[in-house]
Design a protein around this ligand. Structure first.
Ligand SMILES: [Zn+2]
Ligand SMILES: [Zn+2]
Length: 385
């Protein structure tokens, strides 16, 4: 097997995060897994390559060895860790001997890492049963993701609203089966071959026909859903956004995704929130930041002032001799925590001393007097006079 760059094989950048690597692998595994491409040697080779790449890149230790040497072997890992093994030996190829392509996920793990196993567990659970009895299986509907813009205040208080979702529902005529009985005919989708061609980039793949479960035969398609088992619909969905969401929060609305097949439950709807800016509050996590102006006498003599918080006004005590830029913390006056609505972040108040507009002759006279009484030079530490 020609050694291609592991990052290229998975189609990820060299600085890809572990989550991106996992995602890329999942996507490719769905496409190239031998169960989906029975008898396709090139898909199987490709699958082996990407599995080897994933095995190395998903393990931080192995990945760092690979990044350093451009290949991975236990000897190289040993050498990199300061061991006494030979500094360079040709890496043993990834061992597939313990990997049974037709097996279910539970036995697929012999010699594979656990993350490798996990992926198969949810990708192809029950794969063997499906191959032995190829007929359409109940299938949970896909999830839907939708963005939702909220104002800063709505993110703090939470919001109940209704949004329009283009989703699908199980066909009420055939209950998602795709047919309503009748005598068996040749599957019109695959013309009886049980397989369909699918394009993936420059390559074409053969895949089991999902309409007949690979048997090539089926009952006549349901006249309402044309055999899909689901019907497209536009639905107004009521969504409750909890208090404390931030930009990028995922709010799950159960069972409002795409309809399921053969009586399987629908997928979920995920609302991805996008929170707007506020005129004077900014937010980092559950903490809120605000800058509040104070007067010269308040700063010099101390004062008790009112400051805004996201949950209403609060009192803040300014100590005598407070400087501009000084920060005060108001505990638990920040945004509510998404995890526990009874806890809040903190609010940080930065005070900014503002000068009055000096108009009256009397005030000017007072300030001159003040200057004469307080002659210390604040720039003396800079060597200035
Ligand atoms: Zn078919
Ligand atoms: Zn139908």
């Amino acid at each position: 097997m020609a050694k291609e760059d592991f990052y290229k094989i998975l189609g990820v950048k060299r600085d890809a995060k572990p989550e991106e690597i996992k995602k890329a692998y999942r996507r490719l595994a769905r496409k190239y897994h031998p169960d989906v491409n029975p008898g396709d040697k090139s898909a199987e080779d490709r699958f082996k390559q990407m599995s080897e790449a994933f095995d190395i890149l998903s393990d931080p230790k192995k990945r760092s060895v690979y990044d350093r040497f451009g290949q991975y072997s236990d000897n190289l890992a040993n050498a990199a860790a300061g061991g006494t093994g030979p500094a360079y030996t040709r890496g043993a190829p990834f061992d597939f001997s313990g990997f049974d392509w037709g097996a279910t996920s539970t036995s697929a793990g012999a010699g594979s890492s656990s993350s490798f196993r996990d992926i198969f567990a949810d990708l192809f659970s029950g794969g063997k049963a499906e191959r032995e009895a190829p007929r359409p299986q109940p299938q949970k509907g896909a999830d839907i993701e939708m963005p939702l813009s909220l104002t800063f205040e709505e993110a703090i208080t939470g919001l109940t609203t209704s949004i329009t979702v283009n989703r699908s529902d199980q066909c009420s005529r055939c209950h998602g089966a795709g047919d309503t009985g009748g005598s068996v005919i040749t599957c019109p989708t695959c013309k009886g071959s049980g397989q369909v061609q699918r394009a993936g980039g420059r390559l074409r793949f053969t895949q089991e026909c999902t309409d007949c479960g690979g048997t090539g035969k089926r009952r006549p398609p349901c006249s309402v859903c044309k055999g899909k088992g689901t019907l497209a619909k536009t639905e107004n969905v009521k969504v409750r956004i909890p208090a404390g969401v931030d930009t990028g929060s995922r709010v799950r609305i159960s069972a409002k995704g795409e309809g399921g097949r053969l009586g399987a439950p629908p997928g979920d709807l995920f609302i991805i929130t996008n929170v707007g800016r506020h005129q004077y509050f900014t937010r980092k996590g559950d903490n809120i930041y605000v800058t509040v102006p104070i007067t010269v006498p308040e700063a010099a003599l101390g004062a008790k002032i009112e400051v805004p918080t996201v949950t209403g006004k609060a009192q803040l005590r300014i100590a005598p001799g407070t400087q501009s830029g000084q920060k005060f913390r108001l505990r638990r006056r920040g945004a509510p925590s998404l995890r526990d609505p009874n806890t809040h972040g903190d609010q940080f108040v930065e005070v900014q001393v503002v000068l009055p507009k000096v108009i009256s002759e009397e005030t000017k006279e007072l300030l001159r007097k003040y200057g004469q009484m307080n002659t210390e030079n604040p720039r003396v530490a800079m060597g200035l006079e």
